[in-house]
Design a protein around this ligand. Structure first.
Ligand code: NAP
Length: 483
């Protein structure tokens, strides 16, 4: 454990290759009240506009830079991140409250993501077609989208900016990144690494500030060609409306989830409990892919509930820098208040808490995980995203009912099934309406080379990650050539 906090670093906006100061704010450690993690400078609207202009000036030069140069820079960013995993993970843990082990994995993944997109540049970038006309052929090429505004949430301060910024840069775009205000130190470190990578000035810009001021400026500016957004569904809807209203910008939205995990009678109980525990509570439930609805068949229901309740009560909630902790604090006081309110809603709606279920002021931002049983799918507990360590069990009679309940949601990010039946697993993959389906694995946990995204209220626009990321960050151009 780190007893003495390190000196407070200062993070400035990065605009056109220059560090730009502004009114200073502090962000603090959710695990240790009063411990300042970093100080950051707010951008005002003029600074944001300067960043957008700088990106606009730099973009075409970057798009025409040799692929070898683009690869080298992306690879250097990734390698630098990978060389500093431990130090950056401690910062992430202190800033967001993520367990140190999870923070190491996240920073590592960010580094690997930059390296992955460096190498994606060697993949085919277009297609060749015959033409139905004589002495002619057609090709589909890719042109960069242009200047991309990237707006990110607080729960993955390295992974999400990386999986947006890396493909955006790889495919020849310029970027203005606005991270969530809660996690400015991680974004500040990313900007420092990018600043030292040899990327031409203006190609990457970072602006700090609230969604209301800085985010809004990106949404309404005529200098932005597209917005890649990850965050809550209500914010996402607003992003969509503004993008359409202000210049018909292209937009990509990854939003919330209310993800089901189905447990069938034939499930391996140990696997079911492990996946429910991980999917429901790890990362303090602050994952868009968290399994917050456990849909359990009647024959295994009581055994599953007993085992999961015991395992939930045994989870060690504590300082994320202490390697013995299994759950860190809730990331912010606002998020904690929301979690507590939903626990109260669960009690009022008639569900029964078999683990957790109460929070006392002396626990600070450390919240014990809550498991409700006796829930039904029409309760708010089962319909609305909580984004905390709160999960509920819904009892069902058979596979068909389980699938119907799993699909009965406005969201559609991830879903999972625990079963030893190959047939049930296969049918679930076909019938589930979510964008990610897991079998005998937690609903959370994705891989960087595979497409990521949902359906319904969880997503709008092309998939992120893997080779699919190209679909947002580039525009297909159909060329006909006669000869
Ligand atoms: P949020 O409140 O929607 O904020 C997301 C980002 O949008 C933040 O940077 C926020 O800035 C900004 N923002 C807020 N209002 C804005 C506005 N009017 N214009 C432009 N930008 C605005 O979400 P969050 O609380 O940070 O993150 C939690 C949510 O993200 C959950 O719903 C979770 O499911 C979702 N999430 C989804 C995925 C996915 O891939 N599907 C992954 C992770 C998280 P400030 O907060 O700094 O004001």
């Amino acid at each position: 454990m780190t007893e003495e906090p390190p000196p407070v670093p200062h993070y400035l906006n990065f605009v056109g290759g220059r560090w730009v100061d502004g009114e200073r704010r502090q962000n603090t450690n959710p695990a240790r009240p009063g411990e300042v993690v970093g100080e950051y400078a707010l951008a005002d609207r003029a600074v944001v506009q300067e960043a957008i202009d700088a990106a606009g000036h730099a973009q075409s030069g970057w798009a025409s830079a040799p692929v070898g140069q683009r690869m080298e820079i992306l690879d250097r960013i990734g390698t630098t991140i990978l060389g500093r995993v431990e130090e950056l993970a401690v910062l992430l843990s202190r800033e967001e409250g993520k367990l140190l082990g999870e923070a190491r994995a996240e920073v590592t993944r960010a580094g690997q993501t930059f390296r992955y997109y460096a190498h994606q540049l060697l993949q085919p970038q277009g297609e060749l077609y015959s033409s139905t006309r004589e002495r002619a052929y057609a090709e589909v090429r890719r042109r960069p989208l242009g200047v991309v505004g990237v707006i990110t949430p607080w729960n993955y301060p390295w992974a999400i900016p990386a999986w947006k910024v890396a493909p955006a840069l790889a495919y020849g775009n310029a970027v203005v990144l606005k991270p969530a205000e809660l996690v400015t130190a991680s974004a500040g470190e990313l900007a420092r690494i990018i600043a030292g990578s040899g990327l031409p000035p203006g190609v990457f810009n970072l602006v700090f500030g609230s969604g209301r001021v800085v985010g809004e400026e990106l949404l309404t500016s005529g200098g932005i060609d597209g917005i890649s957004f990850t965050g809550g569904t209500a914010t996402g809807r607003h992003v969509a409306q503004q993008c359409i209203a202000y210049g018909n910008k292209r937009f990509q939205l990854e939003m919330g989830g209310k993800n089901p995990l189905v447990v069938l009678d034939d499930a391996d109980l140990e696997v079911a409990v492990r996946c429910a525990l991980d999917g429901g509570f790890f990362s303090t439930g602050q994952r868009c892919t968290a399994s917050s609805r456990l849909i359990v068949q009647t024959g295994i229901h009581d055994r599953f509930v007993d085992a999961l309740a015991e395992a939930t009560r045994a989870l060690r909630v504590g300082d994320p820098l202490d390697e013995r902790s299994q759950l860190g604090p809730v990331a912010s006081a606002d998020q904690l208040a929301q979690n507590i309110e939903y626990v109260e809603i669960g009690h009022r709606e008639g569900a029964t808490a078999v683990a957790g279920g109460r929070h006392t002021a002396d626990e600070g931002q450390f919240m014990r995980p809550t498991l409700f049983v006796g829930a039904s799918n029409d309760m708010r507990l089962a319909r609305e995203e909580i984004f905390g360590p709160v999960s509920c069990v819904i009892r069902v009679g058979d596979f068909d009912e389980a699938v119907a309940v799993a699909n009965d949601t406005t969201f559609g990010l991830s879903s999972g099934i625990i079963t030893t039946s190959l047939s049930a697993a296969e049918r679930f993959k076909r019938l589930s309406r979510s964008g990610i389906v897991t079998v005998n694995l937690p609903t959370a946990g994705t891989e960087l080379h595979l497409p990521f995204g949902g359906t319904g209220a969880s997503n709008h626009g092309p998939r992120e990650q893997g080779a699919y990321a190209r679909d947002f960050y580039s525009v297909p151009v159909t060329c006909y050539t006669g000869w």
